[in-house]
Design a protein around this ligand. Structure first.
Ligand code: NAD
Length: 422
């Protein structure tokens, strides 16, 4: 965390999100009124959450919900539990959700929530009380037709189930469509668990075709080994045939040039709490992992890890950004100059929200699809989105991130104009 914290102190994620928007707006010659609306969230709610702790004391947690733009449909975006959560991180993530829903062309806007807390130091009962307290405060601006949260860093399907239950108690009827990423037994969708990494794998498959890279001979390094990182390890090896050579988590990383058995290291992490010490590997720091000479680098932890300071040393051919905001604008320029093909976060990790959208559709229609259906529908959405962005990037001779912004901004701007907002 030391390296991450020092980087985060320099880079404000919301300023990064605004700078990325500004760059694309300039390329598009965007109407200044549309640009001004898109630079700020439309609405945000700050709450204080008193929670009874197991020792009888009351602790007050700070929470946020940001609704960035709902021109294309109800707001959609996860809730993070993190000790270093800030309102600017939540704003940036809400902006990225707006672009993400637009790039995969699903009829939803962008939102995000967060609570400043350290779930690793809290009991299950305390987490449940905190989750319910958040809905008691924020539930008034949520709803299947208004704003639909989902899991994100350190929030789980169980937390989604508690939140859905609390919301249903307030409304007086069962409302599974208020939140996605729920367990299957309470209205979750088949295929949601691995959707983010699976969607990323589909975009890497398409990128490799474009770049003429043989994925069956490709090597992969993954930073972060939670939901996104673990499924990236298993799916990039099983679906794409790649060799996973390095993975890491908060405690550090492991490397093996002979390859790491993805299923086995997932089990190792489950048993030991970390990837550290996996047999047949040697230790590698989070910083060095990013600079490995691999075909595909997958940042799947937190934001601002590829910066102006280390971008020159990145040797990957493709970066598949499963994490939100892992690359700073300064690093983007360097990577583009060095021909590193970046699949930008809100395209690469859009599989999660796409299957969340499928979950919401299933909840509100009360008709459920099987896993095969979900995978086929996800593949179609991700493949189309990748090629929409690639075409924009080739047409305008811009990097893939700017191209993704341009595709999304055009779609959100059109909706705002048709609604008569601008
Ligand atoms: P998670 O809580 O399941 O896992 C986070 C992982 O990152 C953990 O393994 C943790 O050890 C590691 N980590 C944290 N700080 C780190 C650091 N400084 N260095 C190295 N590793 C570190 O979270 P997740 O759901 O896998 O999310 C990871 C990223 O992917 C986030 O940026 C999130 O916004 C993004 N994302 C997730 C989803 C999803 O569906 N889960 C969807 C879209 C985007």
């Amino acid at each position: 965390m030391t390296q991450k914290s020092s980087v985060a102190a320099k880079a404000n994620p919301f300023e990064i999100a605004q700078a990325q928007l500004d760059k694309a707006a300039q390329k598009l010659g965007l109407d200044p009124a549309v640009h001004a609306v898109l630079r700020e969230p439309l609405r945000e709610l700050h709450v204080s959450l008193p929670v009874k702790m197991d020792d009888g004391t009351v602790k007050v947690f700070k929470g946020f919900r940001v609704q960035y733009n709902d021109a294309r449909g109800p707001n959609k975006g996860g809730i993070r539990f993190h000790p270093e959560e800030t309102i600017d991180t939540v704003r940036a993530l809400a902006a990225w959700m707006t672009w993400k829903c637009a790039v995969v062309d699903i009829p939803l806007g962008g939102g995000k929530g967060g609570i400043i807390c350290n779930p690793k130091e809290m009991s299950e009962a305390e987490l449940e009380r905190l989750s319910r307290a958040y809905i008691d405060q924020v539930g008034r601006i949520l709803g299947p037709e208004k704003d639909i949260p989902a899991p994100d860093v350190y929030t789980t399907p169980q937390i989604m189930a508690w939140m859905m239950d609390e919301y249903s108690k307030i409304t007086g009827y069962n409302a599974p469509g208020v939140i996605t990423g729920k367990p299957l037994a309470v209205g979750g969708s088949e295929g949601r668990g691995d959707a983010t990494a699976r969607g990323g794998a589909y975009t890497v498959r398409e990128a490799a075709k474009h770049l003429n890279i043989d994925l069956s001979k490709a090597t992969v390094a993954i930073q972060g080994f939670g939901n996104a990182g673990q499924y990236a390890a298993t799916l990039f090896s099983s679906l794409l045939g790649c060799k996973i050579v390095a993975v890491s988590d908060t405690k550090g990383g492991v490397y093996s040039e002979d390859g790491i058995d993805a299923e086995a290291i997932v089990r190792h992490k489950l048993i030991n709490g970390s990837v550290i010490g996996f047999p047949g590997t040697r230790p590698i720091s989070n910083e060095d992992l990013l600079e490995l000479s691999v075909d595909v680098l997958v940042p799947a932890a937190l934001e601002s890890v590829i910066t102006g300071e280390n971008a020159e040393r990145i040797r990957a051919k493709i970066i598949c950004e499963l994490a939100n905001g892992p690359t700073t604008p300064e690093a983007d320029e360097i990577l583009y100059k060095n021909n590193v093909f970046v699949i930008p976060d809100f395209l690469a990790n859009a599989g999660g929200v796409t299957v969340s959208y499928f979950e919401w559709v299933q909840n509100i229609t009360n008709f459920y699809w099987d896993e095969e259906d979900i995978h086929a529908k996800l593949d179609k959405k991700m493949t189309k989105a990748f090629h929409d962005v690639l075409a924009m990037s080739l047409d305008y001779k811009v990097d893939m991130r700017t191209a993704a912004y341009m595709v999304s901004i055009q779609r959100v701007a059109e909706a705002m104009k048709l609604r008569g907002w601008v």
